[in-house]
Design a binder for this molecule. Structure first.
Ligand SMILES: NC(=O)c1ccc[n+]([C@@H]2O[C@H](COP(=O)([O-])OP(=O)(O)OC[C@H]3O[C@@H](n4cnc5c(N)ncnc54)[C@H](O)[C@@H]3O)[C@@H](O)[C@H]2O)c1
Length: 343
């Protein structure tokens, strides 16, 4: 079935690297519904291939099982594509620390390989999804806008900073437009939930009345719902070049800058008797509040979902036993273990 010629995605084929993780299937579904064709390229590091089954009734979906680091996979991934979204990666500090060699292969060499392969293919836009973790630790009382000095504290964020620079440094040298998006930390329901991310982790632990120990409760971070990220990607694909080409945007909304304590308090409104303890000087010193005015003013983007919405939504799903299998399938629901390169 072809898209209506008037639909925003008509005539466009978006290749999404890393499209079978937490955020990818939500982005893919939104784009498919807007008439885009979508090619998901993923090597299913966490055994998440089945999450794509829910997309198969949407016309225009293709799936390519392969490693972004292989040149034949890249050629097939990019054939006929009009746009690229790079979500693939070893995502998060713990998994990159645990597998430094895979981190080098995937987050450094693999992403660099994708970026190097983009020129000369007639692509319109290439979106690299980076992270607000690039800001690391910022002085109390300040807000990081896109011009704020980057202070990546982990291997994960250091690679993101390097790849942003590489992509944005191509201005004037390539035939496509690069854009970098620094995503806030994700929350929200998705076929592959990640319970290793703060809002979802805290909500589930408190729901189960497990003892929750919260380190550095007064550290700030921005959060954003996966559905809102999908909207951001669509807006960037459809914006005029003068608004986005070779530019970087924080992706999220000012209202969703939260401390960990604020998240706990928001959950306590629903689950007042959950046992929570606080402790200072944990192993993760990140503390950053982020300014999202650029994406709001330039692209008209403000998130529809608040952190409180995400908590309510997840509690509803937990009430209906949708996540009764989390302990039995740890690695499906979080980035803990990989086999890379596959043996
Ligand atoms: N989840 C968040 O809170 C968050 C916050 C900021 C930025 N981001 C960025 O958004 C993107 C998506 O995050 P996510 O939470 O969906 O991550 P995820 O770990 O759920 O998904 C990543 C996907 O990439 C795939 N992948 C990894 N290496 C690959 C390779 N070599 N070839 C092909 N596929 C490969 C994995 O199999 C996985 O399906 C990442 O780039 C991440 O850095 C996420």
């Amino acid at each position: 079935m072809n898209a209506e010629p008037s639909s925003p995605g008509a005539g466009r084929l978006v290749t999404i690297f890393g499209g079978a993780g937490y955020i990818g299937p939500i982005v893919a579904k939104r784009l498919l519904r807007q008439g885009y064709r979508v090619r998901i390229v993923d090597m299913f590091l966490y055994g998440t291939q089945n999450v794509l089954l829910g997309l198969f009734d949407e016309p225009g979906l293709e799936v390519l099982n392969g490693d972004e680091g292989k040149s034949d996979v890249l050629d097939r991934a990019l054939e006929g594509a009009t746009d690229v979204v790079i979500l693939a990666g070893l995502v998060g500090d713990p998994i990159t620390k645990k597998y430094p060699e895979a981190h080098q292969a995937v987050n450094e060499d693999g992403i660099a390989g994708i970026i190097d392969a983009l020129d000369g293919r007639g692509l319109k836009r290439a979106i690299f999804v980076s992270t607000c973790s690039n800001y690391g630790l910022i002085p109390e009382g300040t807000l990081a806008d896109e011009g704020f000095e980057l202070n990546p504290l982990s291997l994960y964020a250091k690679a993101k900073v390097g790849m942003e620079k590489k992509l944005l440094g191509l201005e004037g040298k390539v035939d496509f437009e690069g854009v970098a998006l620094r995503f806030a930390t994700a929350f929200g329901l998705a076929p592959r939930m990640r319970f290793d991310l703060t809002v979802s982790q805290f909500t589930r632990e408190m729901y189960l009345k497990n003892d929750l120990l919260v380190y550095d409760p007064d550290t700030w971070r921005p959060y954003c719902h996966v559905q809102d990220f999908a909207e951001v990607i669509q807006r960037v694909l459809e914006a005029s070049a003068d608004k986005v080409a070779f530019d970087v945007f924080n992706a999220g909304g000012d209202a969703n800058n939260f401390t960990k304590r604020m998240i706990v308090e928001a959950i306590q409104k629903h689950i007042p008797d959950a046992p929570v303890d606080y402790q200072e000087h944990g192993s993760d010193p990140r503390n950053y509040r982020v300014d999202f005015s650029k994406i709001r003013e330039r692209l008209g983007f403000t998130p529809r979902y608040t952190v409180e919405d995400g908590i309510r939504e997840l509690i509803r799903a937990l009430d209906q036993d949708l996540f009764a299998d989390v302990d039995a399938r740890t690695n499906f629901y979080g980035n803990y273990e990989i086999d890379y390169p596959a043996k």
